[in-house]
Design a protein. Structure first.
Length: 395
């Protein structure tokens, strides 16, 4: 399969999108269709507290037919979880503290009232967080081996790269235990305020991914070394979350090859290595792998047309979600250079879902621009033009 199925946005009559509007059972959830709102950092929660504007932002997507919403990344209950990153992050929501939890309860209630489903993305920035920032600025940023990783390919401003070059102490056993407990506490909080499952951010070079990636994990103890050691922290986090969630609510795990450090990075250089990464996570309790790529249709490994999401499905047998470039002509990084336009590549998405290559498709920027994007896809209506201005607000 390739991108030749792209159509003008006003000529969708001949495209069979029926596979994308089939329901899907996942644990205790019944998703009405295969469209998922992808997590996107929004930075509209002063002091970590989501307000009515955040609740309305998610409610509007639920009202317009999104099958399930994954929130923006939310800081877990660990002092160094969030802070300023490469984009100067601030006003990131938290999943602990009475006021923040009351805000999230409002969000879940409004989404549920609109007939929607919503899960929080639990986030620990790890090596990406700049020390001295965030709700607890005195907390040292956490790195598996005290190193940030290669910077020659990082798409980040020089001052940030210079600040991140400083070596820190490797994480101790106490640090690791604190992280696992923080994920578990935040998952329990999420369940208490009405979320429908848990999504774990294990990609893009953030903390859990920095343990998976050999470039940032050079430990010789049980948390490093071979792939089995490097996946141990993520697996223990998943087990701890499963313990507090119980057996029915699903766990989603975002996994990627690319990092903010290096868009060409790879945790796995072949399917066998990918299986070695994902199998322990599946065994620990993952229900759905969210395979993050910049372009959903790109082959995962040389010698095969199968996408990375397709490989995850083949290797684990789990429910799998694909993401990357749905409805738009350019990938995320390229879109900042201008010239991004709305396209209709849903025919290819539907064909891959129908073939069983993956089960769900996550939509990010398109839904950021147009809350009614899924509704319009079903009706064959034109999509809103892409605009970078959408990044600055909560439309």
């Amino acid at each position: 399969m390739n991108s030749t199925r792209e159509q003008p946005i006003n000529d969708r009559a001949s495209t069979d999108l029926a596979p994308l509007f089939q329901p899907l059972e996942l644990g205790a959830l019944s998703l009405p269709n295969r469209f998922v709102m992808s997590p996107m950092t929004r930075q509209h929660s002063p002091d970590g507290v989501p307000g009515e504007n955040v609740a309305g932002y998610y409610r509007r997507r639920a009202e317009a037919g999104v099958g399930m919403i994954v929130t923006e990344g939310i800081g877990i209950d660990q002092p160094a979880a969030i802070g300023a990153g490469s984009m100067g992050e601030d006003n990131i929501p938290l999943l602990h503290g009475d006021t923040a939890l009351a805000g999230w309860r409002r969000v879940t209630e409004e989404v549920h009232a609109a007939g929607g489903l919503i899960v929080p993305q639990l986030w620990h920035m790890g090596v990406i967080r700049m020390s001295g920032t965030g709700p607890v600025p005195d907390a040292p940023s956490l790195r598996p081996s005290g190193i940030w990783g290669p910077s020659d390919k990082a798409m980040m401003p020089p001052p940030y790269l210079e600040a991140m070059a400083e070596r820190t102490a490797p994480m101790s056993e106490e640090d690791i235990a604190d992280v696992i407990a923080g994920f578990a506490r935040s998952a329990a909080n999420a369940k208490a305020v009405g979320f429908d499952g848990i999504a774990i951010h294990g990609a893009h070079g953030y903390l859990l991914d920095s343990f998976l990636w050999a470039a940032t994990n050079q430990r010789a103890d049980r948390w490093g070394g071979n792939i089995a050691g490097r996946t141990r922290l993520a697996a223990e986090v998943i087990r701890a979350i499963r313990l507090v969630l119980g057996p029915e609510l699903p766990i989603f795990y975002r996994w990627s090859q690319w990092k903010l450090h290096d868009y060409d990075a790879a945790n796995a250089t072949n399917p066998q290595e990918m299986e070695a990464h994902l199998a322990p996570l599946a065994e620990a309790g993952v229900d759905c792998f969210d395979i993050s790529t910049r372009v959903f249709s790109k082959p995962g490994f040389p010698g095969s047309d199968l996408t990375l999401a397709g490989w995850a499905k083949k290797l684990t047998g789990k429910t799998v979600m694909a993401v990357g470039g749905v409805g738009l002509s350019k990938d995320l990084q390229s879109s900042f250079g201008g010239g991004t336009v709305a396209i209709d590549n849903l025919g290819e998405v539907a064909a891959r879902v129908e073939a069983g290559e993956f089960d769900l498709i996550a939509v990010g920027r398109s839904l950021l621009v147009d809350p009614r994007w899924v509704e319009k896809a079903r009706a064959g209506e034109p999509f809103e033009p892409f605009s970078l201005a959408a990044y600055g607000g909560l439309s």
